[in-house]
Ligand binder design. Sequence first.
Ligand SMILES: [Zn+2]
Length: 282
Amino acid sequence: MEIAVSAVHKGTTIRRAADHRPRPGVPILMYHQVAPLAPAAFGKYSVTPRAFAAQMRWLAMAGYTPVDLDALLSHRGSGAPLPRRPIVITFDDGFQECADHAAPILQSFGFTATFYLVAGLMGQPSRWLLGERGVEFPLMDWNTARKLYSAGFTCGAHTVTHPRLAQLPAAACREELRRSREMIEERLGCEVAHLAYPFGSYDERVREIAAETGYRSACSVQIGISASDDDPLALHRVPVSGYDTLTDFICRLRTARPAGELLRGKARGAWRHVRRLAGRAA
Ligand SMILES: [Zn+2]
């Protein structure tokens, strides 16, 4: 049982069980690339295999159990139990190097994860990144995706061509969402119920089309620990940056933010507080 409330009463610290509090949130980790080398333009989105292995080792040591999105939705929908310290691990874009480097590390810990695939660009370069960041990387082909699925990983959809869905006319948006689900289902022979919005681009209309086209969950890029009342079609995630130290990663598991950012936030808060006090004293 969570012990979350403490109060000082007659000089004694009393700790009360927090039955009335909402169930704690679940971190949904968001990775993009896992590769030994990354161009500076993609450094933020690329974690080295060494850092990734250290992060997975930490999860194992700290008692986290990766679960898939089906388990998370069942828990939130019907109260199906989750293991202690559940966590969801996701990879956007379906980079080949994630299959090469991240998947074997995940398997060595017995961890599950979800790979969001750009269904119309399988086995091709990540063309959209050329315009965005001046870089591109090979995307896994269908054969590799099939192997990941057979090994127990989840394959979700990340549209057909990786557009900004909120900027598309409704019909084109519907086609991106419907067609990518169908392509992955046809090629892998699995049900596809999970989506990640490219660039995190979605609005109420896109969200409705996602529901209409058969998705039960959709990940956004809104930063946060996914709370028990999080919208299943706009789930918050915890980004893992290529610049994170292990301390940052550990900090993100609880707060979604790296250690430095939190400390800067706290320092700003403390400074504001001091200024307020100084203002009152003046
Ligand atoms: Zn993407």
